[in-house]
Write a protein that binds this ligand. Structure first.
Ligand SMILES: Cc1cc2nc3c(=O)[nH]c(=O)nc-3n(C[C@H](O)[C@H](O)[C@H](O)COP(=O)(O)OP(=O)(O)OC[C@H]3O[C@@H](n4cnc5c(N)ncnc54)[C@H](O)[C@@H]3O)c2cc1C
Length: 399
């Protein structure tokens, strides 16, 4: 089998490496000369995503990130509402890794290339056609084509493959928050290295992690009733945006104002979107994977990890099923429930980040303490303890 993979973000290179392990050749086709979308931001990889990378022989220490073993949730006065562990007591000592998105992209792509997987740039997919013999032809904006036995749409939130499969598919949903963040330098905070401290502020949500002396990574979620248009986003010049963030966090406890002031280049705001349900995941030899099938709000800390799980699992289904159509169907059957449940959960968490005087008391005094207590008691977490046994036959997958 020869696979055409569209997109060299996180899912594309991971899927290609997993397919190689399954004995299937793949070429990755990326629209940009280099992956450019959201390069300024960072993300956190959870234990389940790191474990899936380990199936491919990639260790958490090779990703260029830093350990973020726990997070603490606080109210706007600084009161600690909950403390949650993000490391797992497994044999591999898995600890959540926080890494610049661009670093992760480059490392995964470079590793795929090192393993002999072709990655082609400047290849923007415009169409895909299934031939009578079952083969697929991908057409690119530069006029070239590629032919394979299957086509995997790893082309992210605004997937063209999704549109081709279902021109009427619902568009991404705005989750009610703008996102932004940055890297503060030369400023110190009094929290332990690696602890993510997250504050439900009076007007917006602020989080930071101490990476080491004078190096603090932060992000903010700013409530906004409707998605900002491109013009509105462009109107936030760096100076205006810095002033707005300073205003938003002026009345909260914590180091937000110092961190904002100590950040030379604040990542410009962007709309946070998700895809609650994508009706069509596959047809014949064409299927979706990663954000293209199930984009989830960054609030979950799971988008990248789910994408990595997807790549490894789809490769296993293709190895065991042989024909692409039945492998895609089995993949959907094993994945849809897990990812849609998580997307719904992340949306509820995003809603908690939108300040509301009526629900704040319930959140701070009832929900968050319960979340903390439940997390401290739980020995198995259905999200982060998910593990893929590569050698097990594909019909014995975790639910
Ligand atoms: C700013 C930000 C912060 C985030 N924080 C977190 C976090 O903390 N934890 C977490 O787990 N997840 C986080 N996420 C989500 C995570 O980044 C995504 O879930 C993950 O990148 C999905 O990987 P993907 O490969 O499916 O899609 P993407 O990473 O979006 O990659 C898709 C690729 O396809 C390419 N492409 C698009 N269209 C075409 C086309 N027509 N032809 C060819 N190529 C195409 C794109 O250029 C891109 O390189 C965050 C996302 C953003 C934007």
């Amino acid at each position: 089998m020869r696979a055409i993979i569209i997109g060299a973000g996180i899912t594309g290179p991971v899927t290609a490496m997993a397919l190689q392990k399954a004995g299937i050749d793949a070429t990755v086709h990326e629209a940009y000369e280099r992956t450019a979308d959201g390069v300024g931001a960072y993300l956190t990889l959870a234990a389940n995503g790191l474990a899936a990378l380990r199936v491919l022989g990639i260790d958490q220490r090779e990703l260029g990130g830093f350990d973020t073993p726990a997070l603490e949730l606080r109210g706007s006065s600084g009161r600690v509402l909950a403390h949650l562990a993000m490391s797992r007591d497994d044999d591999a000592g898995t600890v959540s890794q926080t890494v610049r998105r661009s670093d992760l992209y480059v490392r995964l792509r470079d590793e795929a290339v090192r393993r002999g997987i072709p990655v082609e740039y400047g290849k923007r997919l415009v169409d895909a056609t299934t031939l009578p013999d079952g083969a697929v032809v991908a057409s690119f904006a530069d006029g070239t084509t590629a032919e394979g036995d299957l086509l995997i749409g790893a082309d992210g939130l605004n997937s063209r493959v999704r549109e081709i499969l279902d021109p009427g598919c619902p568009p991404p949903r705005y989750t009610g928050l703008l996102n932004t963040g940055g890297y503060a330098s030369g400023v110190s905070v009094d929290t332990p290295v690696g602890l993510f401290t997250m504050t439900f502020g009076k007007r917006a949500f602020f989080a930071y992690a101490n990476r080491g002396p004078g190096d603090v990574w932060w992000f903010a979620n700013v409530p906004r009733a409707r998605a900002a248009t491109d013009d509105e986003l462009a109107a936030w010049t760096p100076d205006r945006w810095r002033a707005e963030l300073t205003r938003l966090f002026a009345d909260d406890d914590g180091p937000a104002l110092d961190l904002i002031a100590a950040t030379p280049d604040i990542v410009p705001p962007w709309n946070t979107m998700d895809l609650p349900t994508v009706p069509v995941w596959h047809r014949g030899p064409v299927g979706l994977i990663g954000d293209a099938a199930h984009a989830i709000s960054p609030t979950s800390g799971q988008g990248a990890s789910l994408a990595i799980e997807d790549g490894v699992l789809l490769a296993r289904f293709l190895r065991d099923h042989g024909d692409p159509a039945s492998a895609f169907a089995a993949f959907e059957a094993s994945r849809r429930r897990r990812v849609e449940k998580l997307i719904a959960q992340a949306k509820r968490t995003s809603n908690q980040k939108i300040p509301n005087p009526l629900t704040r008391v319930v959140r701070d005094h009832l929900i968050m303490p319960l979340v903390g207590k439940a997390a401290a008691r739980t020995t198995h977490d259905w999200v982060t303890d998910y593990r893929i046994d590569w050698d097990a036959p594909a019909d014995r997958l975790p639910a």
